[in-house]
Design a protein around this ligand. Structure first.
Ligand SMILES: [Zn+2]
Length: 598
């Protein structure tokens, strides 16, 4: 037998493999660098395009003074101070005060004197021009609110950046975690998508609670930053992201949502979204007008009801802007953002007010998260059909009454009879008002997005509907939340709202009927989860599988049987295979005789 020829030992490939690996890694790195470079360029292109369109828009408008503005060149005097109604009286009260007092030197960070307030015409006070609604950005002027030493005397707005987070900024300054004179570096922060400009941006009556130029501010007003060392920050930021919601994975599984690889990316229901974060910037005369009050009354109330936090509301009638310490909003746009302003395609919109307990933590006392999910799903569908889908999230927790009030109301409801007929009364007894969201300012963001009509409004709220329509944006169809998405315990909320005039395509209950809509009491907040079999058969006996154990009708109290019948009718399986399984949460008071076992 011929000897087996030995294969020559293979050359050592590990060196080569290593080289390839290194090469691939560097390729990957190059790719990453390349894509981030492309992103950065995109951002700059968006910003430049935005700045150019705003400037071109102004230049082509014969009503706008052309070229370099007189104001920017400092030829125009700052507007003469016009004390507003109701303000003079308040000022007189404080007249004797020089507005300054000493602080302990050891706590001093910047200067030894606190400037409590300033007055128009005071030496060194020279606010930058601000002509709200002017189409020419140079005449309009930047929003300047920073207390940076080089900027403080040029401020043309009261308050601070960051909405409610301004207070954390104050903490950071006080604890020396941030330098009071820190200047942000905006490299690569340009908007990730282009928007506008729209004619609405230069209508001082249409946008009064945000800065329409807020996303372009540091670039549009770069001259002020470089030449006058003035600190200007954006109040709007635009980015792109993916989002994943467990409910949407279920939507894909159920076939309600079909992945298209662009908007709904895959079978896990992951979505591609363009997001716009907006901080509030109030043009006080416009805000006052929206509420049908005079500016002085508004200023005085803002001053007094914030514990005198913003004395310039009273002393600086010449300054018309206020950046209030409140939450802002976020726009979630599905599909091409340019389509929001295109009246030839359909638009689905959900305007959602924050409910942290439900939105994030899954409380079932209200319909908030289910409605939010429904809104996202419908918005995505509209975008997939070639239209636009938008969800706007406002930080207005608990009808803008806050969570503490909200929980007090919950307590009062649960310790009482929690009937839909008393739903609003409970809130009103505690808070003095049933709702403080005041939707009057909400449509500003729709104007800013260029929205001219809404094909499908995914909301039942009359206040939202009326506020939008009053702003000249027609709503063609109103879409209530589907019944099957309403959690059982939240019937109290939703039926009360429907009775109070919320939009529905279903039945509006009478006051008497509302009296019978009752939520869970507290003794049943401990819950247990069961699997309920549901058969097609009609004549069935209630039959429950509890944590793998079978329960016969005798095990179930009359109360829980009634509850089950309400959940699904006919409800429960016969002996034999389960045709459908549904996970429901049974509350212990409906289910008292088995509670011990769980
Ligand atoms: Zn809620």
């Amino acid at each position: 037998m011929a000897p087996v020829e030995l294969q020559p030992s293979p050359p050592d490939l590990s060196g080569l493999l290593n080289e390839i690996l290194v090469g691939m890694k560097s390729l990957q790195k190059d790719n990453l660098q390349l894509s981030s470079a492309v992103d950065a360029i995109n951002g700059r292109v968006n910003m430049l395009a935005g700045v150019k369109s705003v400037q071109d828009g102004a230049a082509s408008d014969p009503t706008v003074m052309n070229g370099k503005s007189a104001v920017a060149n400092g030829e125009q005097e700052s507007p003469s101070p016009k004390p507003v109604d109701g303000v003079s009286a308040a000022r007189e009260q404080n007249n004797a005060s020089p507005g300054t007092f000493e602080v302990q030197p050891r706590r001093t960070s910047v200067s030894s004197k606190i400037i409590l307030t300033s007055y128009p015409g005071q030496s060194g006070v020279d606010p930058l021009p601000m002509d709200w609604g002017n189409k020419d950005p140079n005449l309009r002027g930047p929003v300047v609110v920073s207390r940076h030493p080089s900027t403080i005397k040029r401020r043309n707005a009261i308050g601070a950046h960051g909405g409610s987070y301004a207070i954390y900024h104050a903490l950071a300054v006080a604890s020396k975690n941030i330098k009071a004179d820190h200047k942000p570096d905006f490299t690569n922060t340009e908007p990730a998508a282009n928007i506008g400009p729209f004619p609405q941006w230069s209508d001082p009556k249409k946008i009064v609670s945000m800065d329409p130029l807020g996303h372009l501010a540091p670039w549009l007003f770069a001259n002020y930053i470089t030449q006058e060392n003035i600190e200007i920050r954006p109040t709007i930021a635009v980015t792109k992201a993916h989002m994943k919601l467990p409910e949407l994975e279920a939507s894909v599984r159920a076939g309600r949502l079909v992945p298209d690889g662009k908007i709904c990316l895959n079978s896990s229901g992951e979505l591609a979204v363009t997001k716009f974060a907006v901080e509030p910037v109030w043009y006080l005369p416009g805000v006052a007008e929206r509420f049908g009050i005079d500016e002085g009354t508004l200023r005085r109330s803002l001053f007094e009801e914030t514990g005198g936090s913003y004395p310039e509301l009273i002393t600086r009638g010449d300054i018309k802007l206020f950046l209030p310490p409140i939450g802002g909003l976020t726009v979630y746009c599905f599909g091409d953002p340019a389509k929001m302003a295109d009246p030839s395609v359909r638009l689905a919109l959900r305007v959602h007010d924050e409910c942290n307990g439900s939105d994030v933590f899954g409380s079932d006392i209200c319909t908030c998260r289910p409605y939010l999910i429904f809104g996202v799903e419908e918005a995505v569908k509209e975008a997939q059909l070639g239209g636009s889908g938008v969800v706007i999230y406002f930080r207005k927790e608990g009808r803008a009454l806050g969570e503490v009030t909200k929980y007090l109301v919950y307590n009062a409801r649960k310790r009482g009879s929690d009937r839909a007929s008393e739903y609003f009364l409970r809130t009103e007894n505690i808070a003095g008002v049933k709702d403080m969201r005041f939707q009057a300012l909400m449509p500003d963001i729709l104007h800013w997005l260029g929205i001219k009509k809404i094909d499908r409004m995914l909301s039942m709220s009359n206040m939202k509907h009326d506020a939008i329509v009053e702003q000249g944006i027609p709503i063609l169809e109103r879409v209530p939340i589907p019944d099957e998405m309403i959690p059982e315990d939240s019937r109290v909320e939703i039926d009360a709202k429907i009775h109070a005039g919320y939009f529905t395509t279903g039945k509006v209950m009478t006051m008497e009927e509302l009296g019978s809509v009752q939520g869970r009491a507290w003794d049943d907040v401990d819950s247990c989860t069961v699997w309920v079999g549901c058969a097609a058969s009609v004549s069935c006996t209630p039959h429950i599988l509890l944590l793998g154990t079978r329960w016969t009708p005798q095990d179930v109290s009359v109360k829980s049987r009634r509850y089950l019948e309400h959940v699904e009718n006919p409800l429960v399986a016969l002996e034999g295979p389960l045709l459908q399984r549904k996970r429901v949460v049974l509350q212990s008071s409906y289910f008292d005789n088995v509670l011990g076992v769980v």
